[in-house]
Write a protein that binds this ligand. Structure first.
Ligand SMILES: [Zn+2]
Length: 204
């Protein structure tokens, strides 16, 4: 089912790319000539780096979506990647939608839910542990609600995505585009077992 694997070598990757460009060009003859002229993406898609999650769940083609992915879709208010991505997407590319896409069965979320954040530090992943502190903070804020949930991992994915949504709508770049009516921000949850998105919260 998958195109490539751990056993694949560079020659296999390049061959797969040849096949992909051939079939994509056949299906969409105008795509590469259009993309050669530049990009005008309509949406900034912020998601986890998880291999199962990306903007393809919207059925889009290359050129439609500017994307930014990180472990556990974290967009901390003072993080340089967050700030620069938002400035470029909103002020320069003029996207009119931001999708913050959390997902189910997230490794970062699962680590915090199972109380294993410190295990990462003992396992050569101290930067990852520092990064996931944002998720851990959300877990601590919702400790009581999570304790009585029959699916705390899913619930934390939702609460974490909602918290990142708040970071986004309070970012100065996003805030001013929202005030001018040029932008909508949506927090969605991607279900890895069905491919379906569900709405969590939105400025719309
Ligand atoms: Zn994830």
């Amino acid at each position: 089912m998958f195109t490539l694997s751990h056993e694949s070598r560079l020659v296999d990757l390049l061959e797969a790319n040849q096949q992909w460009t051939k079939s994509t060009s056949q299906q969409h003859p105008d795509l590469f000539p259009t993309n050669a002229k530049g990009q005008q993406p309509h949406t900034l898609f912020i998601a986890c780096s998880d291999s199962r999650v990306n903007e393809n769940c919207l059925g889009v083609l290359p050129g439609e979506v500017f994307s930014w992915r990180s472990v556990a879709n974290i967009c901390r208010p003072n993080d340089l990647s967050t700030l620069s991505t938002l400035e470029f997407a909103v002020n320069c590319l003029k996207v009119n939608k931001i999708v913050l896409c959390g997902h189910t069965d997230c490794g970062g979320i699962n680590t915090c839910v199972s109380g294993k954040l410190n295990n990462l530090r003992e396992n050569n992943c101290s930067h990852l542990a520092d990064h996931l502190q944002e998720v851990e903070n959300t877990r601590l804020s919702y400790r009581e609600e999570l304790a009585v949930s029959d699916n705390p991992a899913r619930l934390l994915s939702i609460r974490h995505a909602e918290r990142q949504f708040v970071h986004l709508v309070t970012n100065p770049t996003v805030k001013s585009a929202l005030q001018e009516g040029n932008l909508q921000v949506h927090a969605l949850l991607y279900n890895v077992d069905t491919g379906l998105l569900e709405k969590l919260t939105s400025t719309e």
